[in-house]
Design a protein around this ligand. Structure first.
Ligand code: AMP
Ligand code: ZN
Length: 116
């Protein structure tokens, strides 16, 4: 938990979000600036800044986060046609919010990945 982290505050319900799913360990909500018809974010409730900060002790949580990401995608109706998942890491990865999050993008073909 980090006092000044936006996504920690969202996970605690201190900042409103369009919640999709929540359990003891993860929280999923709609992105405020959607880049596709469906754009959701799945986060661990515990503050971990980036993918690169994961340690061996986080293996179970990381697995749960990914497995619940597939659950959320199916709940959003994306199971059949599929979707793009993305984790941006630090500045060269385009990360803006330093609390690890999995993007789920779908609802239309997302297209081939273009790195600009
Ligand atoms: P990233 O660039 O991978 O760090 O992604 C951060 C994402 O968080 C962006 O897609 C933002 O649109 C999204 N975001 C920022 N603030 C909020 C918020 N208050 N509620 C929902 N999504 C947000
Ligand atoms: Zn946080």
């Amino acid at each position: 938990m980090s006092d000044d982290c936006l996504f920690c505050k969202i996970a605690r319900g201190e900042i409103p979000s369009k919640k999709i799913y929540e359990d003891e360990h993860v929280f999923a909500f709609h992105d405020i600036n959607p880049q596709a018809p469906v754009h959701a974010l799945v986060i661990p409730k515990r503050h971990i800044a980036t993918l690169d900060d994961l340690t061996e002790a986080d293996r179970e949580l990381a697995g749960h986060l990914l497995e619940r990401t597939t659950h959320v995608a199916r709940e959003l109706g994306l199971g059949q046609n599929g979707y793009r998942t993305m984790i941006n890491t630090r500045s060269h990865g385009g990360q803006e919010v330093y609390h690890i999050h999995v993007h789920i993008l779908g609802g239309r073909p997302i297209g081939r990945m273009v790195c600009t």
